[in-house]
Design a protein around this ligand. Structure first.
Ligand SMILES: Cc1ncc(COP(=O)(O)O)c(C=O)c1O
Length: 468
């Protein structure tokens, strides 16, 4: 241990949260309809598996793209040697056009202002390296994607100061919450370098309103700080109100020629909208030439492979395909979302009204034995070990109110979702005393006991760190 760096031995990667722990538990006992029908159903993974057939159909119709051929000629050697970290121009062009199409072509993106990265994970971290020094802070509204603790903080040394949002106004950002977070950072002796939001939100599944976006632009203008808008879920918006990108707000406010425009940066990825997290395709879009130049140099540490860029440049420049894909994918997400909401309803559980993403923000406050995070953890363990559903507790997303959970709906078949809802319904009935409780009485095995200690120890430790 002594020979290792502090980075390796410190805990700031955030991967000891129950969010990641749930994945580990799922891996030990994964549900399979035939091989393991009583296993854990994975509902803690924001994957989009609903439109794979559309991608596969395109691949079958366009074998040259995956075979690295163009006009009958092999591109193998060219692609194998390609190493320009600026990326393939054809791919950057196809990507910015796809981003504009998702935004209803109300805005355009300049391919010279985009930097390719290995997913949004790398894009967010790269922006931290570009915009903040170790010890400086970014304000992030709660609840937020648990991976941010790793992506924004761990290697960069940047701090996250939460903007506390609550169910009182459906977790929307307010002016007073922004001011309070700013003051809190000052109290902690942290220089605030910016605000980072996720629009549509992970874990809320909602799009930000125009007034929230305007509030943010006003705030960063006044404080002279940056704004990062992680728009990784922009293509998943399946219901009204429609998605408004920060870039659209800047355009409407005619900010293109004023300085604040250089301080707004967009993060994007094909992990959710195209359902390709394994391909590792992300991007930073920035109007600041210095940021673009530095981020491009840094992208050497996490490039997108040339064969991936080539394949996707062919796919995304097929406008007939992209138009149909965007529409059909949203239609399928809408249906699936409806299934989850009605399944939860029949179990007596409601969720935040949402219009986007691959999950719902589910309200289980009425199932807690007390209004505490310990009770939330107890309920979570019951749901993972007894009901056998891996969902993500709100505390892992830094939610300030116990009893909220993120539940994913697009990474499984409809049949599996139905089974999950059936399990949940029986569980809630058993909690209400109208069914056989013994079904859910815990098997107090040693693994679960040690997990209990571990989770409590870690959440206590995390809270101590946050309070510091
Ligand atoms: C808000 C948000 N940002 C970034 C990421 C990371 O995405 P990627 O797979 O592109 O690295 C995720 C993944 O879940 C996410 O939800």
């Amino acid at each position: 241990m002594k020979l290792l760096s502090r980075k390796v031995t410190c805990n700031s990667h955030g991967q000891n949260s129950s969010y990641f722990l749930g994945w580990q538990e799922y891996e030990k006992n994964p549900y399979d309809e035939n091989k393991n029908p009583t296993g854990i159903i994975q509902m803690g993974l924001a994957e989009n598996q609903l439109s794979f057939d559309l991608l596969e159909l395109w691949l079958a119709k366009n074998p040259d793209a995956a075979g690295f051929k163009k006009d009958g000629e092999s591109l193998f050697r060219e692609l194998a040697l390609f190493q320009d970290y600026n990326g393939l121009p054809a791919f950057k062009k196809a990507l910015v056009e796809f981003m504009a199409e998702i935004r209803g072509n109300k805005v355009t993106f300049d391919e010279n202002k985009i930097v390719l990265t290995a997913g949004a994970t790398s894009a967010n971290e790269t922006l931290m390296f570009c915009l903040a020094n170790p010890g400086e802070a970014f304000l992030v509204p709660t609840p937020y994607y648990p991976g941010f603790d790793r992506d924004l903080k761990w290697r960069t040394g940047v701090e996250i100061v939460p903007i506390q949002c609550t169910s009182f106004n459906d977790f929307q950002i307010t002016s007073s919450a922004l001011e309070q977070a700013y003051k809190e950072a000052q109290k902690r002796n942290r220089t605030v370098k910016g605000v980072l939001v996720t629009n549509p939100s992970n874990p809320l599944g909602t799009t930000m309103t125009r007034s929230e976006l305007n509030l943010l632009v006003n705030f960063i203008s006044e404080k002279e700080i940056h704004l990062i808008s992680d728009e990784i879920y922009s293509g998943t918006v399946f219901g009204s109100p429609e998605f408004v990108s920060i870039i659209e707000v800047l355009k409407d406010r005619k900010c293109e020629d004023i300085e604040v425009y250089n301080r707004v940066h967009i993060v994007y990825s094909l992990s959710k909208d195209l359902g390709l997290p394994g391909f590792r395709v992300g991007a930073i879009y920035s109007n600041d030439d210095m940021v673009v130049a530095a981020a491009t140099k840094m992208s050497s540490f996490g490039l997108v492979s040339s064969q991936t860029q080539y394949l996707l440049s062919e796919m995304l420049s097929d406008k007939k395909f992209t138009k149909n894909y965007i529409m059909e994918n949203q239609k399928r997400l809408k249906l699936r979302h409806k299934k989850l909401v009605s399944g939860l309803e029949s179990a007596g559980i409601s969720c935040l009204k949402s219009n986007a993403s691959l999950f719902c923000w589910v309200d289980m406050r009425h199932l807690l034995t007390s209004t505490t995070f310990e009770a939330e953890m107890e309920l979570w363990k019951q749901i993972v070990y007894d009901v056998k559903l891996n969902i993500s507790p709100g505390s892992s997303c830094h939610c300030t109110e116990p009893g909220w959970f993120r539940v994913c709906f697009a990474n499984m078949s409809e049949k599996t979702l139905n089974l999950a809802m059936e399990r949940l319904k029986v569980f809630v009935q058993s909690m209400n005393g109208s069914n056989n409780l013994s079904q859910y009485q815990s098997t107090k095995n040693s693994r679960r006991k040690s997990l209990t200690k571990w989770v409590f120890r870690l959440s206590f430790h995390d809270r101590q760190l946050e309070e510091r």
